[in-house]
Structure formats: structure tokens, C-alpha cells
Design a protein around this ligand. Structure first.
Ligand SMILES: *Cc1c(COP(=O)(O)O)cnc(C)c1O
Length: 366
């Protein structure tokens, strides 16, 4: 299935998404972990499109999907996704009616919220246990105090989340010990236990738990130094050359004139800018691939346009430039772009791609 390009989709800039690579990344994680996946498709699948990614990932028969909000779950339900959906941000009781209607599984840690959920009727929920991140869930050493509440209405599952699974700093082992201590403090062991994000899966196999919760690896981002398993690229950001400009010695490019031609130079203007999510901080640094050659952004990125140096690259208006992803044998990774963008998080690069860039879905991107 290749969504055919229409004129409006590819005149300027767009994102090619390789659903085949997405599914292969998921399959690799599943083989490694030895348990089913709950793909994290929150934030519109990290910007790639939650419905398209969910549909593709159904090929792996996932245990369910993970999102961050009830609205995200509703979007999947409206698209016909019948699988389990977990909401991995704490829900307030004012969201409970909508959550029940969407048939989602909330992840709760606050005793008052748990009491309100179980008072509202049947409906599976998972206990969020905070083992050191201090973002969501009940503290591991306070779980015993929930005994009465959970004896009445036991959670179907319990889980924790690692704050530094991509590092070998001992924090992960400490969190896992705390998780096991907290589980031992419950009157009954919940049926479903889960803990691992992408880095946790890559670094620990087989999984000792019921399922795993990968996000960023599915979308083609690596899990840091020393990882044994590497994803295929999934996201390819393209922009077309709109105009070419021949510059003379001393001419400058873009706002602030931060780039100055030394001798005769040629720059190409691309139809992409920071309002598309191509960060302004990539000015004078961002890498680009064009007709098999690698070059760099010239001057600052503007709202709708970005210039690159094409002095040594034969090209014409209409040619397609790759700013993230693969062009032939060459590759610009999300991590590389994040690093050039003043050491941003690769997660932020992906979720920052704006809707002005149409997403085009492919079984295979070559
Ligand atoms: C986002 C998230 C994940 C996935 O994390 P990645 O690092 O993208 O694999 C897993 N679990 C929870 C609770 C999350 O919020």
C-alpha cells in the first residue's frame, strides 16, 4: 500500500513513513523480549500517525496499545481499533466516564482516584507503582497502605517505568528491586505485570514480565550506547528545492546574515522551515542529502524556507532533499538531527514534526 502522491502532498515537503520497517522493528523487539507488545502510540505515535501505525502493528498481534489521553484512545476506537488500550497518564475522576465509554484501561496510583474508579463499577485498571521516577504512581514503599482498597477490587495489572533504562548506572536494577518489593506488599499478585520501555527491552531479554511497552525504537530511534539491537529507520523527512541562487564572494544568506559566501557559491532554497518542525537551531548545522551527496544548511532556518549549500551538487528546482532518513545508501538519523539541534531529545524531534508536513505511508521506503 503506497498512498499515491497528489500534487498538494509532495510539492513542498512531507514525511515518508515506512510501515514495513515499523513492523519489522516491532517484530525484532518481540523476538528479543519473548512476550507480546503493547506498542506505545501516544502523541499520535510520536508524530507518525497513531491510526496508521496501530493498523500496521496489528500484524504482530499486540496485547494492546498504550496512549497518554482518553482523546487519543477515542481516536483509535473511532478508527475501528478493538484491541485493549491503556492510558499511561494518571486520569482524574472527571475523565472516568469517557474512559469507561471508550473501554480503556486506566493506570492509577493515587488512592483517591483508585477508590473513585472502583466505586464507579467494574472495569479493569492497572496499578502504577513509582519506583524512582517520581512522575506518576504510588511510591513503592507506600503500596502496603493500599491493601484494603485492592483486596476489595484488585487491579488486573501492576507496572513501573524506568527513568534511565538506556544507561548502565545501576538505577534500573534498583527500580526493579523496588517494583518486586511493592508487588510483594500487595495482598495478591496482579495477573499482568509490565515495566520495560524500548531501552529496557533492548537491554534485558527475555522479559521477566507479561508484556513490554516499546515506543521510540518502533519509530526507528536507537537505545543508546552498547545496545545489542538496532532499529531500521522509519521516518524520512523530505523537502523539494524551490529555487537556486548563485552567490558572489561576501553575499550572506538568511536572517541575521550568519552565513557568508567565500568565493562563488550556490544555495538551494527548500520548502520547509521551523513552522514544519524543522528546528531553527539547525541553522548552519543541519545535514541534508541531495542526489547522493551530503551537505549542510546555510544560514538560519526560517519559518517556511531553509537554504542549503549546493555549490558542488548538480541539482534543479523540484529535486527532493532528505533532511531526516535515507537517500540511497546515505542516512541521516533522528539522533543525529537531535544532536545538531543543540542536543535535543530525538523524541522531541519526532513529536515536533508539524501537521503541515503530510504523512505518506509506504510498505517500503527505498
Ligand atoms: C512513553 C512510554 C513508554 C515508551 O517509552 P520509549 O522510551 O519510547 O520506548 C513506555 N512506558 C510508559 C509508561 C511510557 O510513558
Amino acid at each position: 500500500m503506497t498512498t499515491e502522491s497528489t500534487a498538494t502532498q509532495t510539492t513542498r515537503a512531507w514525511v515518508d513513513i515506512d510501515l514495513g520497517a515499523l513492523v519489522r522493528n516491532g517484530a525484532a523487539l518481540q523476538r528479543h523480549a519473548g512476550v507480546p507488545l503493547v506498542p506505545m502510540i501516544k502523541a499520535d505515535a510520536y508524530g507518525l500517525g497513531a491510526v496508521a501505525c496501530a493498523r500496521a502493528l496489528l500484524a504482530l498481534q499486540p496485547h494492546g496499545f498504550g496512549v497518554a489521553t482518553v482523546a487519543e484512545a477515542l481516536e483509535l476506537r473511532e478508527a475501528g481499533i478493538r484491541q485493549r488500550i491503556y492510558v499511561f497518564s494518571p486520569l482524574l475522576p472527571l475523565d472516568f466516564a469517557a474512559a469507561r465509554q471508550a473501554g480503556v484501561v486506566p493506570t492509577l496510583g493515587d488512592p483517591a482516584a483508585i477508590a473513585a474508579w472502583v466505586a464507579g463499577g467494574a472495569g479493569a485498571w492497572h496499578l502504577a507503582i513509582d519506583t524512582g521516577m517520581h512522575r506518576a504512581g504510588i511510591r513503592w514503599d507506600a503500596v502496603g497502605a493500599l491493601a484494603d482498597l485492592v483486596r476489595e477490587s484488585p487491579p488486573e495489572g501492576a507496572f513501573t517505568h524506568f527513568h534511565s533504562a538506556e544507561r548502565n548506572d545501576g538505577s534500573w536494577e534498583l527500580q526493579e528491586r523496588r517494583f518486586r518489593d511493592a508487588l510483594a506488599a500487595l495482598p495478591e499478585r496482579p495477573v499482568l505485570l509490565h515495566a520495560q520501555n524500548s531501552a529496557g527491552i533492548v537491554r534485558r531479554s527475555p522479559s521477566p514480565w507479561s508484556f513490554v511497552r516499546p515506543g521510540v525504537f518502533l519509530y526507528g530511534v536507537d537505545s543508546g550506547d552498547g545496545a545489542q539491537l538496532h532499529p531500521e529507520p522509519v521516518v524520512h523527512v523530505r523537502a523539494r528545492v524551490l529555487e537556486l541562487h548563485d552567490l558572489q564572494d561576501g553575499d550572506t544568506v538568511s536572517y541575521g546574515a550568519s552565513w557568508r559566501a567565500v568565493g562563488a557559491r550556490r544555495v538551494a532554497t527548500l520548502g520547509i522551515g521551523y513552522a514544519d518542525g524543522y528546528r531553527r537551531s539547525l541553522g548552519n548545522k543541519g545535514p541534508a542529502l541531495l542526489n547522493g551527496e551530503r551537505t549542510t544548511v546555510s544560514g538560519v532556518v526560517t519559518m517556511d524556507m531553509t537554504m542549503i549549500d549546493v555549490t558542488d551538487i548538480p541539482c534543479a528546482a523540484g529535486d527532493v532533499v532528505t533532511l531526516i532518513g535515507r537517500d540511497g545508501d546515505a542516512l541521516i538519523t533522528v539522533e543525529e538531527v537531535a544532536m545538531y539541534a543543540d542536543f535535543m531529545s530525538p523524541y522531541e524531534v519526532l513529536t515536533g514534526l508539524r501537521q503541515r508536513l503530510p504523512r505518506r505511508y509506504h510498505e517500503r521506503v527505498v
